[in-house]
Design a protein around this ligand. Sequence first.
Ligand SMILES: *Cc1c(COP(=O)(O)O)cnc(C)c1O
Length: 377
Amino acid sequence: MTIPFNRPTPFGSELEYIKQAIESTHLSGDGFFTKKCHAWIEEHVGCKKALLTHSCTAALEMAAILANIGVGDEVIMPSYTFVSTANAFVLRGGIPVFVDIRPDTLNIDENKIETCITEKTKAIVVVHYAGVVCEMDSILAIAKKYDLIVIEDAAQAIYSKYKGKPAGSFGHMAAFSFHETKNLISGEGGALVLNDSSLIERAEIIREKGTNRSKFFRGQVDKYTWVDLGSSYLPGEITAAFLFAQLENAKAITEKRLQVWNSYHKSFEELETKGITKRPVIPQNCEHNAHMYYFIFPSLDLRQNFINQMKSEGIHCVFHYIPLHSSPAGKQFGRTGSPMTNTDRISNTLVRLPIFCDLLASESSLIINKTIHFLEG
Ligand SMILES: *Cc1c(COP(=O)(O)O)cnc(C)c1O
């Protein structure tokens, strides 16, 4: 038996909706299923506007244009994140300023943000790692004090909450991912959500190649033309049809992941008590979406031995980000705003276990047994 790290699968009416999309003869973007997805996201995230994109990367690129990031503008963000968090801003000439993460949630350390702010700072990009929302109250207060734009990279955080409010509802903008490695999927896919209604009209233009085509389709102008910067950021209807079937089942999918997460968490409690590993920390004020289950080991060697041993048993466990501040492009385009102590340590010692919604009970018990056997041995 082999257990992959992730096994993306349809959950409900994906095939039926794709058939409907094909039969509707509207295969390009912004048709029936895209509108259904927009309505779902607007209702569940509680944002002013949702716009599907072909990836979270695309949504972040749109956010960088909407934030008017230009050459030399500084954007504060964690180093412990995916490349797109930074790249979207570098494409506009922005400079990522990397801040260390907290040792508990592995989210940006809100107490280290303020000292990184300069005359050039334009925005703060937060990443809700593993679907655990950042300390948004403090971050929003800092942003308000210095008049900065807040963008949530909520790629991993659909259906998560902080103090009862959904991820994606805190910043001026937020970006979600529906890549097959995330909780709700469409192969490749994403969404930009806007909480500031003054950004909506320009966002629609940027997403439609810099044209006012959305206005044209609504009958608000009689022809459409090139009016601003833009690109093609929208997905086709087949992707939206798949995604809508997933969104409809968001609660059930999240509950299934939480079941796996909770069974891991309970089973590994003793390993933590004995000081062998550290388990994820979920703050009291956060409802997470079980995007990820990880361990933090005392050393890089133990982590590597664990990954190799599990691999030899057919179980695929993986580490995570190479910090952006130590990557070749990160060194070229960004700078560090604080010592990277936690980032460097976590990057070397974190390992992720397989978690997906149809992971069988027999598979999760095998993973648990092999893990305990290796770590107690
Ligand atoms: C997955 C991910 C992305 C990129 O998402 P895509 O949809 O693949 O573009 C960006 N940021 C974070 C934090 C992610 O986990």
